[in-house]
Design a protein around this ligand. Structure first.
Ligand code: ATP
Ligand code: MG
Length: 430
């Protein structure tokens, strides 16, 4: 088998010998993908629960969309010269040759659904949230996966920057409820199609003068999408851009007023923020308010959520001119820094029935089924083990009570109920 080429996939398969010394192949998960196992998943569920509750309190409705869409949708909405479209999408032809892509983010699909189902017809104002996996073929590293999860929120039909503030408030509140330490809200504006070109030109001119200090990616971006140079993480580029012009000096009066309103309203709500003139989004459809939540506890991948206004996208994708704004939180990174401990949310058996003898065992099985149906989590043992080993298992599972019953007790119509915390034992009537 190894001669036939599989051996090249060392990361995919692991070789081990079975008990007869024959080689066995164990298939491993795909690089950059991960399993979320019990022990970790309880924290994820709690994060989901708290997020849902918060969204519903703010009038958001859940939306679920497919994980695959036509490639064209992402190309058009995310933009051809973004990292995502250029090199990160999982795109492949299906069996009929149609190009499909695993969603790298949720906004494009939510906008597609909003337009396709004419959700604006009844009321253009709609608020959605979504929880689910996204796919990007990036270099896997800590905090960066190829299947990762996002919590996404979108508001359609409101032009007022006050809803941008509401989104930032929701983010900050959520991070607080999830006990995330050391976060800061960074805000900026990207201007609008009227004033951004002036800023782009000024930036491009400045970039020309420091070209020799920019990385090759930034040289390319300088000509095609200069705003993204501001976002480059390469230290030399960052240093070269110290004196970059600020969009804040190029805003038209409407954008300036909007940004002032955002700041004033954040102040009123007592949401602390930092104005970050280098904060830009890699996606073409963003305009005006843009924001990011950063944390000191994640090292290089410091952004845990990002979002902003994308007033042009609904029209761009074939719908009416309807403004929109939203954000995406990186769930994996959030889970990593949340103070919620999985152990606090793990469901443990309320009772473990330690049955000794054939009759007791069959009754124990019946009881645990009935208890389960009434919402009491009950476990028993199916392997006729000794009392000692059954007690050990009950302890390992963290059961609150153990009901000890043997055939003798059955005849007497009693059993022993042991409180595992206090070690108290009482004889109870069956
Ligand atoms: P980054 O600068 O880290 O690449 P991004 O700008 O590509 O982030 P967005 O498209 O804004 O990220 O996605 C929102 C959030 O999703 C990010 O802030 C991050 O927390 C998370 N995220 C993005 N890509 C990944 C990934 N490959 N693995 C895990 N989380 C991710
Ligand atoms: Mg990225």
């Amino acid at each position: 088998i190894f001669n036939s080429g599989l051996s090249g996939l060392g990361w995919l398969v692991e070789r081990q010998s079975d008990d007869k010394g024959r080689l066995q192949i164990m298939i491993q998960l795909i690089r950059g993908f991960k399993d979320i196992l019990p022990g970790e998943v309880e924290q994820w569920q709690e994060i989901e629960r708290i997020s849902r509750e918060l969204f519903e309190d703010f009038g958001f409705k859940e939306i679920r969309i497919p994980i695959m869409e036509r490639t064209e949708l992402f190309k058009r909405s995310i933009g051809e010269d973004t990292d995502i479209v250029e090199k990160e999408m999982y795109t492949f032809p299906d069996r009929k040759g149609d190009l499909i892509t695993l969603r790298p983010e949720a906004t494009a699909s939510i906008v597609r659904a909003y337009i396709q189902h004419k959700l604006f017809a009844k009321d253009p104002v709609q608020k959605f949230y979504l929880l689910g996996p996204m796919f990007r073929r990036e270099r896997p590293q800590k905090g960066r996966y190829r299947q990762f999860y996002q919590i996404d929120a979108e508001i359609f039909g409101v032009a007022s920057p006050l809803v941008d503030v509401q989104l930032i408030l929701i983010l900050v509140t959520l991070f607080d409820r999830l006990q995330v330490p050391d976060i800061s809200a960074h805000i900026n504006t990207l201007g609008c199609p009227q004033c951004r070109p002036g800023f782009k030109a000024a930036l491009q001119e400045m970039l020309m003068s420091v070209s020799d200090r920019l990385c090759s990616n930034c040289i390319r971006r300088r000509d095609r999408n200069p705003l993204r140079v501001l976002d480059c993480k390469v230290p030399d580029c960052r240093a070269a851009l110290k004196e970059a012009p600020s969009i804040l000096d190029h805003l038209c009066s409407k954008c300036r007023e909007d940004f002032a309103e955002v700041r004033c309203s954040l102040d009123k709500l007592k949401v602390p923020y930092v104005i970050d003139k280098r904060l830009v989004r890699g996606l073409d459809y963003y305009a005006r308010t843009t924001f990011e939540i950063q944390t000191g506890s994640l090292g290089a991948q410091s952004a845990v959520a990002g979002g902003g206004r994308y007033d042009g996208l609904v029209k761009e994708l074939g719908g009416p001119q309807i403004p929109a704004t939203g954000f995406a939180i990186g769930f994996d990174r959030l889970a990593e820094i949340s103070g919620l401990k999985p152990a606090d949310y793990e469901r443990k058996p309320d009772i473990f029935v330690a049955a000794l003898g054939e009759k007791s065992q069959s009754l124990a099985f019946e009881w645990t089924c009935r208890l389960g149906l009434t919402g009491i989590c009950a476990e028993t043992d199916f392997s006729n083990k000794s009392l000692k080993s059954q007690m050990k298992r009950a302890d390992r599972l963290g059961a609150s009570y153990v009901l000890i019953v043997g055939d003798q007790e059955l005849e007497e119509g009693t059993a022993i109920l042991r409180n595992m915390a206090t070690k108290e034992q009482t004889s109870i009537s069956l």
